[in-house]
Design a protein around this ligand. Structure first.
Ligand SMILES: Nc1ncnc2c1ncn2[C@@H]1O[C@H](COP(=O)(O)OP(=O)(O)OP(=O)(O)O)[C@@H](O)[C@H]1O
Ligand SMILES: [Mg+2]
Length: 261
């Protein structure tokens, strides 16, 4: 579905992505793991055409997203639901109004239909009857689920998740992880999930891509990752402080964001 080829992205002198290549299959869950500051969010932004890379291509249905003019990006983005890392909901709008937003903006559906759709989306994320609450009246995990309901508003075939479980308690994390699995298995939605959460990835992903030092360190099924003989991959999977990925090897490493976590 997506073929990412040799993506390079620099911010000033810093090379954040240095030749990233992988592919993501339709109707599958692809997890992209990596250290903090390693360019995961940047990669997602490149894949939705918000950030343009310095080199490389993102092929979707045979077209290169990175070179697409803005007017073609609009219909492309409509196919993709996006769950952002931060600031998901608009605080002065109710839950229902937040979910209605993309439908009011991008469709001509009448208000009765939008009302029904809101109920359906809330049902999907397990928050029936929450329409009239304000975001501030919800827990962090519930807010994340409302944001997911909004990402589902236009019935996307693909959803991009940027750290969907970060900052949640263990139950909140498993609720979201299970929702991702359900959306994929029950509705056939392709999920691209950027995350630190190795255990969740191993449990949920069809395919895992590990980013390290601006490149793909390894990719494969959870099983393949677990059995990888590469000590770097093993350290990633086990989250061990001891291994080839130094916690603080030198100031040079520090500058280049080789720190874990
Ligand atoms: N617009 C920008 N201008 C300059 N530098 C940027 C910009 N966006 C990101 N960066 C830098 O690029 C690097 C990668 O950022 P990015 O947000 O993609 O990392 P990440 O892997 O998503 O991190 P985290 O896991 O903490 O969310 C960081 O060092 C960041 O400071
Ligand atoms: Mg990020």
């Amino acid at each position: 579905m997506f073929t990412i080829r040799d993506i390079v992205k620099k911010y000033g002198e810093r090379t954040v992505l240095n030749g990233v290549s992988f592919s993501a299959e339709e109707r599958k869950i692809t997890y992209i793991l990596g250290t903090s500051g390693g360019g995961k969010s940047t990669l997602l932004k490149i894949m939705i055409g918000v950030v343009r890379p310095d080199a490389g291509e993102v092929l979707f249905e045979g077209k290169d997203i990175t070179k697409m003019p803005e007017r073609e990006l609009d219909p492309y983005r409509k196919k993709i639901g996006m769950l952002f890392q931060q600031g998901a909901l608009i605080n002065h709008l109710t839950v229902a109004e937040n979910i209605a937003l993309p439908m009011r903006e991008h469709t001509a559906l009448d208000e009765n239909i939008i009302g029904i759709m809101i109920k359906m989306k809330l049902e999907l994320v397990g928050l029936r009857d929450f329409e009239d609450l304000m975001p501030s009246q919800l827990s962090g995990g519930m807010q994340r689920r409302v944001a997911l309901a909004r990402a589902l508003a236009l019935d996307p075939a693909i959803i991009f998740f940027d750290e969907p479980t970060s900052g949640l308690d263990p139950i909140g994390r498993s609720v979201i992880t299970k929702l991702i699995a359900d959306l994929n298995r029950l509705m056939g939605i392709s999920c691209i999930v950027v995350s630190h959460a190795v255990e969740e990835a191993l449990r949920t992903a069809d395919r895992i891509v590990i980013l390290y030092q601006g490149k793909v360190l390894a990719s494969g099924t959870p099983q393949e990752m677990r059995q990888s003989p590469d000590p770097l991959v093993q350290q990633f999977i086990t989250g061990s402080p001891d291994g080839p990925i130094a916690f603080r090897a030198s100031s040079k490493d520090f500058r280049e964001d080789l720190l874990v976590g």
